[in-house]
Design a protein around this ligand. Structure first.
Ligand code: IMP
Ligand code: MG
Length: 175
């Protein structure tokens, strides 16, 4: 089995996009306190960069959802790690690596709104809109990508490639 990586989004383009998103978020939440909620593990690098690009009074939190394999079957979702900061009355911005079927973000948003967050918005680095199975739109979206399995900049395949500074499409022979 051989794996082949094709660079889709170089590190410089990611950094420019993060700066742009940070500017928009800073303007939109001006004067408000914001909690950035990163979805582990994939969003760790995006969150680290975004937090430095946002000029606001921010707090940082993380959640972890039940893991996503490469199978396309629908799966049950649950928090394997929950938000630790108080949700009620807080403005939350979910920081996600990729929106694919939309199930993870629909689940998270509904759960956080049920706990009376003041607002829940979504910032996703990559939006695979054509793969959507439930209706969900990112309030802030970095890059639109049609399809393909992506790795790098936090994204993994079987826990590999997370440390790459750019985003690559992974092709594995025999898939
Ligand atoms: P959704 O619930 O189908 O939208 O799944 C979103 C989650 O699937 C993301 O948080 C990613 O962790 C994972 N995912 C979706 N597409 C990819 C990919 O191309 N590479 C790595 N992870 C992915
Ligand atoms: Mg994820």
């Amino acid at each position: 089995m051989t794996a082949c990586l094709r660079e889709l989004i170089p590190a410089e383009r990611i950094q420019a996009k993060v700066a742009e998103l940070g500017g928009r978020i800073s303007a939109d939440y001006h004067g408000q306190q914001l909690i950035l909620v990163g979805v582990l593990k994939g969003a760790f690098m995006f969150l680290a960069d975004l937090a430095r690009a946002v000029r606001l009074d921010t707090r940082i939190d993380f959640v972890r959802l039940s893991s996503y394999g490469m199978k396309d079957s629908p799966q049950e979702l649950k928090f394997t790690m929950d938000v630790s900061l108080p949700v009620e009355g807080s403005h939350l911005l979910i920081v996600e690596d990729i929106i694919d079927t939309g199930r993870s973000m629909a689940f998270m948003r509904q759960r956080l709104l049920a706990r009376k967050a003041a607002s829940v918005k979504i910032c996703a680095l990559v939006d695979k809109a054509s793969r959507r199975e439930v209706e969900i739109t990112a309030d802030y979206a970095g890059f639109a990508v049609d399809d393909g399995f992506l790795v790098g900049y936090g994204l993994d395949y079987a826990e590999e490639y997370r440390g790459l500074p750019g985003i690559f499409e992974l092709k594995v022979d025999g898939r």
